[in-house]
Ligand binder design. Structure first.
Ligand SMILES: Cc1cc2nc3c(=O)[nH]c(=O)nc-3n(C[C@H](O)[C@H](O)[C@H](O)COP(=O)(O)OP(=O)(O)OC[C@H]3O[C@@H](n4cnc5c(N)ncnc54)[C@H](O)[C@@H]3O)c2cc1C
Length: 291
C-alpha cells in the first residue's frame, strides 16, 4: 500500500484532462494525470472501425498543438487517439495510465483522497475529467422483452457491419452514434433508424458550403441556441451532413421514437402514424437492435 501527495490530481487523460495538464504545466504547477486505460486515446481506439470526427481538424486540436491534418479534414478515430497520445508525450505531461480511481473523498482538513485499490493519492485540488465515454450504456426497458433470437449489441460494442447477422437491423437512437451506424449498415442490411428527429445541419460536410457555414453554425451553437443555458440544449445537438445523406440512403427507413408493445409477437411498435413496413412482427423477428 502506497500513499502519494500531489498538488493537483487530474482524473482522466482525455481532451479535458490533457488540456488541464497543459495549462498547469504552463503555470509551472505540479500535477498528475491518471487514467484507467492502458494507453492515452484508448477510448477512441475502441470505437467502431470507420468512425471519423464530425468536427473538422481545425476545431479539434488541443491548446498548443493543432491537429496534424488539413484543417478541413475529418480525423479518423485512430488519428484522434494517436494525436492525444502524441500530445501527452510532446508536452511531457505527467500521465499515469492503468490507474483507475475507485473513490474520491473530501478530507476534513481540506483537499481530497483518491483511492486506487490498496493505494491512495492525496491532493489539494482534484479535477474530474472522466468524460462521458464508457459510462453505463442506456438500454431501454423494453429491450428485456424482446425475443432471445434478436441480438441486441449496444453501440459501444459495435465495430463493423460484419458483426451483425443477415437480416433486418433496427437502430434505436438517432443521434451521432445511431445515425452513423445506420448509415454504415444500410448498404448491407435493410435498416430502420428510430429516434426523435433532432434536426439537420443544412449543408453537406466536406463541401465549400459547409466550410463557409461552419463558423456560423458553431457561433449559433455556442452563443445563440445556448443563451441562458450552462450546456448545449437539444437544438444544438443537431445532426451533421452524414445524417442528412443517411435519411436519403436506399435501404434505410426512418421512424420516430419506439415504445414497447404487448406480448412476444409484437415486442416493439412504431408510434401511431409512422410507417410500419420494417417494424411489424416479421421485421422485429429478424431485427437486431443497436442502442
Ligand atoms: C462516438 C462519438 C463521436 C464523437 N465525435 C466527436 C466529434 O466529432 N467532435 C467532438 O468535438 N466531440 C466528439 N465526441 C465527443 C467527445 O468525444 C467528447 O466530448 C470528449 O471526448 C470529452 O473529452 P473528455 O476529456 O471530457 O472525456 P473523455 O475523452 O471521455 O476522457 C475521459 C477519460 O477519463 C478516464 N476515466 C474515466 N473514469 C476514470 C476513473 N474512475 N479513473 C481514471 N480514469 C478514468 C477514461 O478512461 C478516459 O480516458 C464524440 C463522442 C463519441 C462517443
Amino acid at each position: 500500500m502506497t500513499t502519494q501527495h500531489i498538488e493537483t490530481l487530474i482524473i482522466g487523460a482525455g481532451q479535458a484532462g490533457l488540456s488541464t495538464g497543459y495549462h498547469l504545466r504552463e503555470l509551472g504547477r505540479p500535477f498528475l494525470i491518471v487514467d484507467g486505460n492502458d494507453r492515452v486515446g484508448d477510448n477512441w481506439r475502441r470505437q467502431w472501425d470507420t468512425l471519423r470526427l464530425y468536427t473538422p481538424a481545425k476545431y479539434s486540436g488541443l491548446p498548443g498543438q493543432p491537429f496534424p491534418l488539413d484543417g478541413w479534414a475529418f480525423p479518423h478515430k485512430d488519428e484522434v487517439a494517436d494525436y492525444l497520445e502524441t500530445y501527452a508525450l510532446h508536452w511531457d505531461l505527467s500521465v499515469r495510465m492503468s490507474t483507475r480511481i475507485d473513490l474520491l473523498e473530501a478530507r476534513p482538513e481540506g483537499g481530497y483522497t483518491a483511492t486506487i485499490g490498496a493505494d491512495t493519492i492525496t491532493c489539494d485540488n482534484a479535477v474530474v475529467a472522466t468524460g462521458t465515454f464508457r459510462r453505463t450504456p442506456y438500454i431501454p426497458a423494453f429491450a428485456g422483452e424482446l425475443g432471445p433470437s434478436i441480438r441486441q449489441p449496444h453501440s459501444s460494442e459495435y465495430r463493423r457491419p460484419g458483426q451483425l447477422r443477415p437480416g433486418k437491423v433496427l437502430v434505436v437512437g438517432a443521434s451521432h452514434s445511431g445515425t452513423d451506424i445506420a448509415y454504415e449498415v444500410a448498404p448491407t442490411h435493410e435498416t430502420v433508424l428510430c429516434g426523435r428527429d433532432c434536426g439537420e445541419i443544412p449543408v453537406r460536410m466536406e463541401t465549400r458550403r459547409f466550410r463557409a457555414a461552419y463558423p456560423l453554425l458553431a457561433f449559433a451553437a455556442r452563443h445563440v441556441l445556448t443563451r441562458g443555458r450552462d450546456r448545449p440544449c437539444r437544438r444544438t445537438r443537431c445532426r451533421t451532413g452524414r445524417h442528412r445523406r443517411c435519411v436519403r440512403l436506399p435501404g434505410l427507413a426512418r421512424h420516430g421514437r419506439l415504445r414497447a408493445g404487448r406480448g412476444p409477437a409484437r415486442p416493439i411498435r412504431p408510434r401511431r402514424g409512422a410507417a410500419r413496413t420494417a417494424c411489424g412482427p416479421a421485421g422485429v423477428a429478424a431485427a437486431q437492435l443497436t442502442v
